[in-house]
Design a binder for this molecule. Structure first.
Ligand code: PLP
Length: 397
C-alpha cells in the first residue's frame, strides 16, 4: 500500500483499508494461517524480540490477516488502535478487566446483553470489583450511582432486546468529570450508525459475530481505543491470556466488512418498513424501533444515531402463546437468537436470551411474555412483509 494520506469515506475504507499485500500481489486479502514466523538469522530474532525491528513474532500476539482486520476497523471507527478477539464476549471481558482492578467500582446500564451482565454482576465481584446496575436512560441514575472509587462506566445502546437508547455523550461527560472511562458496546447500532468515540466514549467494543460478519459464519470481536490505553492496559493482557482472533475468522470478517454498508443500509430500510407495518397491526401492543418518531428516546436517537438500526422490538398481545404462535407461523423469518444476519431472525427473549433473569429483572427491562426481537435480514422487504402478514393472520386463527 502506498503511504499517501487517506481521507476515505467508510464505504471505501471498508474495501481497501488496512490491506497488506504479499509479494504475489493478490487482489483479495491473504489468509495467513500460521502460528509462528521464522527469522533469517539469530540476530534478526533477537532484534525482533527486543522490538528493534518490526515484524510478527507469534500469532497470539499479532498476525498479518488479523492486523488487516484491526486496521480496517480503526479506519471505520476513527480509532487509533484496536485488538481483535475470538468473540464479542472476549472483547467485552478484556475491555472491562483491563480498565479496573480490585477495589474499583463499575457503573453499568442494567439493560445489557446477558453475558455482559454476568461479567459485571457475577464475575467482577469475585475479584473485588464492585458494580452497580442502573436504568441507563436517565443520566441522573448514573450520577447517583457514582462512588469515590468509580473507575468505569459501561453501556450498550440501543439495548438488547428492547432497543432503549442511552445518551452516550452525557455518560461520557460524567465519566470525564470524575476521571473514569466509558466503554460502549456498539453492536446494535453498528459502526456505521453510531460513533461512540466521537461522542466521548473511551473504548468501543463489538461482537463482530453480528453485522460485521453478517452472514452467520464465525465468531469474532474487537476492542477499539486510543493507542496509549491499548499499549498500557490491553497489550500485555492480550499477549499473555490469549483471547486472539484466528486468522481464518479475521479473513472472513474482512470480507464481511467489504459489504457492511450495503447490508446495513438495506436491512435498516427494510426494518423501517416492517416497524411501520407492525405498528399498525391490532395484534401488536407496542413496537420499539429507533427509526420511528414514537421511540421513547427519539430525541437522543436524533442526536447520536445516523440510522434506525436493523432490529425491531415488538410486544404481541396475548403473551407467550401469541408470541410463540406468531414465531411458529413465520416461513421466511427463522427462529434464532442470533442477530445482524443476512437471514431474518426472530427470538423470544423471555424464554431464550434473557431466561436466566428473574421475572422482576425482566420486567424492569421491559421484557414481557409477549416480547419478540426481530433482526431484519437481506431478503426482499416485500417478501418479509408478506411473511409477517400471513403469520399474524395464522396466529390469530
Ligand atoms: C452478541 C453480543 C455480544 C457477545 O458477542 P459474541 O460474539 O457472541 O461473544 C455482546 N454484546 C452484544 C450487544 C451482543 O449482541
Amino acid at each position: 500500500m502506498s503511504t499517501k494520506k487517506r481521507n476515505w469515506k467508510p464505504q471505501t475504507a471498508l474495501v481497501h483499508g488496512g490491506t497488506l499485500r504479499s509479494g504475489f500481489g493478490e487482489t483479495s486479502e491473504a489468509m495467513y494461517l500460521t502460528q509462528g514466523y521464522v527469522y533469517k538469522t539469530a540476530q534478526a530474532a533477537e532484534a525482533r524480540f527486543k522490538g528493534e525491528e518490526p515484524g510478527f513474532i507469534y500469532s497470539r500476539y499479532a498476525n498479518p490477516t488479523v492486523d488487516m482486520f484491526e486496521k480496517r476497523m480503526c479506519a471505520l471507527e476513527g480509532a487509533e488502535d484496536a485488538r481483535a478477539t475470538a468473540s464479542g464476549m472476549a472483547a467485552v471481558t478484556a475491555a472491562l478487566l483491563c480498565s479496573v482492578k480490585a477495589g474499583d467500582h463499575i457503573v453499568a446500564a442494567r439493560a445489557l446483553f446477558g453475558s455482559c451482565r454476568w461479567v459485571v454482576e457475577t464475575l467482577a465481584p469475585r475479584y473485588g470489583i464492585e458494580a452497580t446496575l442502573v436504568d441507563g436512560t436517565d443520566i441522573a441514575n448514573w450520577e447517583k450511582a457514582v462512588r469515590p472509587n468509580t473507575k468505569l462506566f459501561f453501556l450498550e445502546s440501543p439495548t438488547n432486546p428492547t432497543l432503549e437508547v442511552v445518551d452516550i455523550a452525557a455518560v461520557a461527560s460524567l465519566a470525564n468529570s470524575i476521571g473514569a472511562r466509558l466503554v460502549v458496546d456498539n453492536v446494535f447500532a453498528t459502526p456505521l450508525q453510531q460513533k461512540p468515540l466521537q461522542l466521548g466514549a473511551h473504548i468501543v467494543v463489538y461482537s463482530a459475530t453480528k453485522h460485521i460478519d453478517g452472514q452467520g459464519r464465525c465468531l469474532g470481536g474487537v476492542i477499539l481505543s486510543d493507542k496509549k490505553w491499548i499499549d498500557e492496559n490491553l497489550h500485555d493482557y492480550f499477549r499473555h491470556t490469549g483471547p486472539s482472533l484466528s486468522p481464518f475468522n479475521a479473513w472472513t470478517l474482512l470480507k464481511g466488512l467489504e459489504t457492511l454498508p450495503l447490508r446495513v443500509r438495506q436491512q435498516t430500510e427494510s426494518a423501517g418498513r416492517i416497524a411501520d407495518f407492525l405498528a399498525e397491526q391490532p395484534q401488536i401492543a407496542r413496537v420499539i424501533y429507533p427509526g420511528r418518531a414514537d421511540h421513547p428516546q427519539a430525541d437522543i436517537v436524533k442526536k447520536q444515531m445516523s440510522g434506525g438500526s436493523t432490529l425491531i422490538c415488538l410486544d404481541v398481545k396475548g403473551g407467550k402463546p401469541a408470541a410463540f404462535a406468531l414465531q411458529n407461523a413465520l416461513d421466511i423469518v427463522l427462529i434464532s437468537n442470533n442477530l445482524g444476519d443476512a437471514k431474518s431472525l426472530i427470538t423470544h427473549p423471555a424464554t431464550t436470551t434473557h431466561k436466566n433473569l428473574s421475572d422482576e429483572a425482566r420486567a424492569e427491562l421491559g421484557i414481557g411474555p409477549g416480547t419478540l426481537r426481530l433482526s431484519v435480514g437481506l431478503e426482499d422487504a416485500d417478501d418479509l412483509l408478506e411473511d409477517i402478514a400471513q403469520a399474524l393472520q395464522a396466529a390469530r386463527a
